[in-house]
Write a protein of this length. Structure first.
Length: 401
């Protein structure tokens, strides 16, 4: 298939579905429609947010990024990569960006631009997503005659009609999807809160989904998956108050046991055991096993650190009176709800101060501090030094005034 024919088919696909398309030949973009395609990777300058295709796979791949986008990728027989997208499978509201920024996947500086981008990004339900992929596959891989799709102008283009969906219904197969990133964030929060029961409940939901293939043999693939789980559990435990040396030592011990297991049967329920150990360490680090009410309050706070938090909202979330909750929280933890919120915000903000180049003022505003001076005051009290001094310790860093 020559380049002219390939471009013609890409135009047919774009005008029929409304999905942006690109043709990449040895990495440089050889053709795109529209001419400038906006996506999270280009807004942030982080190329790692582009999906990486599986090697030598001659079928349409449905790949998602950690920031809600989905793409179709197809490697043709002459090794030209076609990429269609980005699209969303559900609208992304601005408040959904905060957890991604807190996880370090998106920079503070791009929050407003990303919110505008997600508001304008095409949204496809599961049915349209599948059949758009099938159309791409039919256009470029099928030996049969192509469907009669007349190219139209973008402003008058219409989506593929239901007759095409019906004709290709027999092609439908189950496509693998990674665990939604929001679920991974949720289990990290529950581990950080020392909530064993809730963490195991989320794990059961995750394990109902198929695992990614991470190696050529089932046992090696499972071991790689468990090592990944152990890694994020250790970091979640650290954020919950476990000393890093303790968490990493426990993680190393688990990984050695994973490596020593001869079969997949020896690794059944291993993740549940890891959750039990890490959450127990979090509970110990916090000095006591808090009541369910206080644990739920902590979980609510940790999930909303970058948003305004009122004590009445926390009380409503845990179904208690605000005065009762305030007293219970102080008796069990030794600190007020307000001081806990400030401390947890500073603990999270410290990561971005140390490891990002985002302005201190933007970090302070993101974590709901009324001014940079108030942020600096709280930071010094909790961390023991100013944000500028903390950042200056990074190799090659310059002190921000």
């Amino acid at each position: 298939m020559n380049t002219e024919t390939r471009i013609h088919l890409l135009r047919m696909f774009h005008y029929a579905t409304g999905i942006p398309v690109e043709m990449l030949n040895c990495d440089p973009i050889a053709y795109s429609l529209p001419e400038t395609i906006v996506c999270a990777a280009r807004i942030t300058g982080d190329a790692s947010l582009f999906p990486v295709p599986y090697p030598n796979d001659r079928t349409v791949q449905y790949l998602s990024t950690p920031v809600f986008e989905s793409f179709f990728l197809l490697s043709t027989q002459d090794d030209v990569l076609l990429r269609a997208g980005p699209i969303l499978q559900a609208p992304v509201q601005p408040e959904r960006l905060a957890p991604l920024i807190r996880a370090g996947l998106l920079p503070f500086r791009c929050k407003a631009e990303l919110a505008d981008y997600f508001a304008s990004c095409p949204v496809l339900d599961e049915r349209h997503l599948f059949y758009s992929g099938k159309l791409l596959e039919t256009l470029f891989l099928s030996d049969q005659s192509l469907p009669d799709l007349t190219e139209v102008e973008p402003d008058t283009g219409t989506p593929i009609d239901d007759s095409y969906y019906s004709q290709t219904m027999d092609y439908r197969t189950r496509q693998f999807q990674h665990v939604p990133y929001a679920i991974e964030l949720e289990i990290c929060r529950t581990i950080a809160n020392g909530n064993t029961t809730r963490s195991k409940h989320i794990l059961r939901d995750i394990n109902r989904l198929p695992r990614a293939k991470l190696a050529n043999t089932p046992v090696r693939s499972l071991k790689n998956s468990l090592i990944c789980s152990c890694t994020f559990m250790a970091r979640a435990a650290i954020s919950g108050g476990v000393k890093p040396d303790e968490a990493f030592t426990l993680s190393d011990a688990f990984i050695q046991r994973i490596e020593a297991a001869p079969t997949t049967n020896h690794l059944s329920d291993f993740e549940a055991e890891m959750i039990e150990c890490f959450t127990t360490r979090v509970q110990t680090a916090r000095g006591s096993r808090y009541s369910a009410t206080v644990n739920q309050a902590m979980e609510y706070i940790d999930a909303h650190l970058s948003e305004p938090i009122a004590i009445c909202d926390i009380a409503s979330a845990v179904y208690h009176n605000a005065n009762y909750l305030s007293g219970l929280f102080k008796r069990e933890t030794g600190e007020t709800i307000h001081s806990y919120i400030v401390r947890r915000r500073i603990e999270e903000a410290e990561y971005f101060v140390r490891h990002s180049s985002d302005p201190i003022a933007e970090i302070a505003a993101f974590y709901q501090f009324c001014s940079q001076s108030h942020f600096v005051q709280c930071f010094r009290k909790i961390v023991g030094q100013t944000p500028g001094a903390c950042r200056s310790q990074r190799p090659g860093a310059s002190v921000e005034k």
